[in-house]
Write a protein that binds this ligand. Structure first.
Ligand SMILES: Nc1ncnc2c1ncn2[C@@H]1O[C@H](COP(=O)(O)OP(=O)(O)OP(=O)(O)O)[C@@H](O)[C@H]1O
Ligand SMILES: [Mg+2]
Length: 263
């Protein structure tokens, strides 16, 4: 039977979850000034897993912090979902981060006095929202954390702590999850577990993920890799493999700076 109102999911599916235009961010002034982002424009598609790579100091964390409203830009605009975040006051920014953004950090950043389960439920309880028990149950099962929920972070391995941090980031079903080197402190096995979970959260739950990494094989889990060098996007690779990521890194490491682009 034909549908009276054909569904129009394509629009929302292809809409960018995060849209940054002409971002400029400089630290310090005069001789000591460092331009961390030079006119960066980038979009992150909804329901996609994007990795950000680039040498140390190239501006990856700065970009992520500016996208997430943790740092302010000197120029340019950032939209998260339907919200233009540049120009929001602190209170509105805090609410936006709480409601629309999940974070995963290299150092896990769990609260030591809370159990794994309390850590996972914390963002939702701060938001005053009741977490959806079915959803939380699914996330916990997918991350294989069911028998670790009553443990404090010190009673968990690094890999388990990061899986708790992943569950916490996804608990509120945020518009986007930003992960800054989430596997930077993990061994190969735990890294694989975290990366497969991130991949699965995109494929099965439609999550949007933006992840900074130094590891080509971690980046190969993503749908796309954006490369930064000296505060600019220098490559944009789709359907990456570890080999194509390594080749791309070699390419731009040897690239001659454009006129007026020196450090
Ligand atoms: N708060 C700050 N004050 C001054 N300079 C800063 C600040 N934050 C970052 N920078 C500078 O901005 C540049 C980009 O830093 P950023 O942390 O974004 O790099 P990154 O690509 O994340 O590096 P890494 O891979 O080492 O984490 C660097 O030169 C850094 O020293
Ligand atoms: Mg960084």
């Amino acid at each position: 039977m034909p549908l009276a109102n054909p569904p129009a999911p394509q629009l929302t599916r292809t809409r960018a979850a995060v849209d940054a235009t002409n971002l400029l961010r400089a630290y310090g002034s005069g001789e000591a000034q460092v331009v961390a982002l030079r006119n960066v424009s980038v979009q992150f598609a909804s329901g996609a897993f994007t990795a950000i790579m680039g040498p140390s100091g190239s501006g990856k964390s700065t970009l992520m912090h500016c996208l997430a409203g943790l740092d302010t830009v000197d120029r340019g605009s950032v939209r998260i979902g339907d919200t233009e975040i540049t120009g929001l006051n602190d209170k509105a920014l805090t609410r936006l981060r709480r409601d629309k953004i999940g974070f995963i950090f290299q150092q896990f950043n769990l609260l030591p006095t809370l159990t794994a389960e309390e850590n996972i439920l914390l963002p939702a309880s701060i938001a005053g929202a009741k977490a959806d028990p079915a959803w939380i149950g699914r996330v916990i099962a997918t991350l294989d954390l069911a028998d670790r929920l009553t443990h404090k972070p010190t009673e968990l391995s690094g890999g388990q702590q990061q899986r708790v941090a992943c569950a916490r980031a996804l608990a509120t079903r945020p518009e986007v999850v930003f992960a800054d080197e989430p596997t930077g402190n993990l061994d190969t096995r735990s890294s694989g577990e975290v990366l497969r979970f991130l991949r699965r959260s995109v494929d099965d739950f439609g999550q949007t993920i933006v992840m900074v990494t130094h590891d080509p094989s971690a980046a190969a889990h993503a749908d796309r890799v954006v490369f930064l060098a000296d505060g600019q996007i220098v490559e944009d690779l789709h359907r990456p493999t570890a080999d194509s990521v390594i080749d791309t890194m070699r390419g731009f490491e040897n690239r001659v700076p454009l006129a007026g682009e020196g450090r």
